[in-house]
Design a binder for this molecule. Structure first.
Ligand SMILES: *Cc1c(COP(=O)(O)O)cnc(C)c1O
Length: 367
């Protein structure tokens, strides 16, 4: 049998492992931060009608500029944006890949703050960009001082800030984002994949775009929009950045079906986002209950919670899986990560995890 190592693969890809969050059919899947609420049926019907109409024209290539979709994203984001400053691709992973293809590459570096989204390192590797994982402060926080010091030390071509950060959930202050944007020489990407789950009033990095042509804010429809299976991500930036991304995208990279489906979802953004408050509530419930059980939940501005105080994360992961509950062992010592699900799913998780509580649970009527 041929082994990967027997092939004339690029030297810089030898020995690397692909992205590999387990995909298992389980009753309670809380491992990849999806929105576990299905799309409202009325919205689904409208999306189907739009996709059906698009099918009649599949003999032709789709609009290479996906102008109508970019206009819809600009309207959704607000902040005075128009379609010239919007880009989209098949998931924000592809959006980030375009950014790295255009602004990274051999001899160039991308800086992030570890632990952070594992795809940044993989996308860097795939584009021949050197990935640098600089450390965070205690409890995975990132102060302006720590972030700027790393930027000045490494002088990277790109900085990727994850706000809030995956896998830790840590919100990132607008002060840190501003300080990095003003200190960095290169492109600064703020990945706001989970922004809709932030506490109301949390400012977006979109507020900083004006006058900062090297700042890029990426978003996705995979999380709050409950559209992970459709593969749609997007970004907002100076129109000149969008011109750069046109140089590296494949022609017609967004299929007519994807464009139609995304336009349908955006036309119903209120309904699509209706469950966000409920999910935020379940996140807070997880934080409160895990703390009561004696675990150590970290601050989260996303739809998931990282918690410490787990004696044997792998054993707990397996024990929950045996009960049909899939969470994430992200390899951080003593920690596990769980997505906020529906109320029923969250209850199933909390009941199962209670058996592994580090401290005897205080009676909830104690106060
Ligand atoms: C889930 C996630 C994304 C979204 O990826 P898509 O390709 O849009 O599905 C992007 N960034 C982070 C940090 C994520 O956790």
């Amino acid at each position: 049998m041929t082994d990967l190592e027997d092939l004339p693969i690029r030297d810089d890809l030898r020995g690397r492992a692909p992205y590999g969050a387990p995909q298992k059919a389980v009753p309670v899947a809380l491992n990849v931060n999806e929105n576990t609420h299905p799309i409202p049926e009325s919205v689904a019907h409208d999306i189907v009608a739009r996709v059906a109409a698009a099918i009649l024209h599949l003999n032709r290539y789709p609009d290479r500029e996906f102008t109508e979709l970019r206009r819809a994203f600009a309207a959704y984001l607000g902040h005075g944006l128009d379609e010239r400053g919007i880009w989209a691709a098949n998931g924000s992973n592809e959006v980030l890949q375009h950014v790295l293809q255009a602004f990274g590459g051999p001899g160039r570096t991308a800086l992030g703050f570890a632990p952070t989204y594992s795809m940044y390192g993989l996308l860097s590797a795939g584009t021949g960009t050197e990935w640098i994982g600089a450390p965070r402060d205690d409890d995975f926080e990132l102060s302006p001082e720590t972030a700027v010091a790393a930027v000045l030390e490494h002088d990277p071509d790109l900085v990727i800030l994850c706000a809030p950060n995956n896998p830790t959930g840590t919100p990132l202050s607008i002060e840190t984002i501003t300080a990095v944007a003003d200190a960095a020489r290169g492109i600064v990407v703020v990945d706001e994949a989970y922004h809709e789950f932030a506490d109301p009033g949390t400012p977006s990095a979109l507020t900083l775009l004006e006058g900062r042509p090297r700042l890029v804010v990426s978003r996705t429809m995979s999380k709050a929009f409950a559209f992970a299976g459709a593969r749609v991500g997007y970004l907002a930036a100076d129109p000149a950045v969008v011109d750069a991304l046109r140089l590296v995208r494949l022609p017609y990279h967004l299929s007519a079906l994807t464009q139609a489906a995304a336009l349908g979802a955006l036309a119903h953004s209120d309904e699509m986002l209706a469950m966000v408050d409920e999910i935020r509530g379940q996140r807070e419930r997880i934080v409160d209950e895990l703390a009561r059980l004696g675990f150590r939940p970290y601050r989260s501005g996303a739809n998931f919670v990282l918690f410490g105080g787990v004696d044997d994360p792998h054993a707990v992961f397996e024990a929950l899986l045996e009960r049909g509950i899939l969470i994430r062992d992200i390899g951080l010592p003593g920690c596990l990560r769980v997505t906020a699900g529906t109320e029923t799913e969250t209850t199933a998780f909390l009941e199962a995890i209670a058996a592994f509580a580090p401290a005897p649970a205080a009676p909830s009527h104690a106060e």
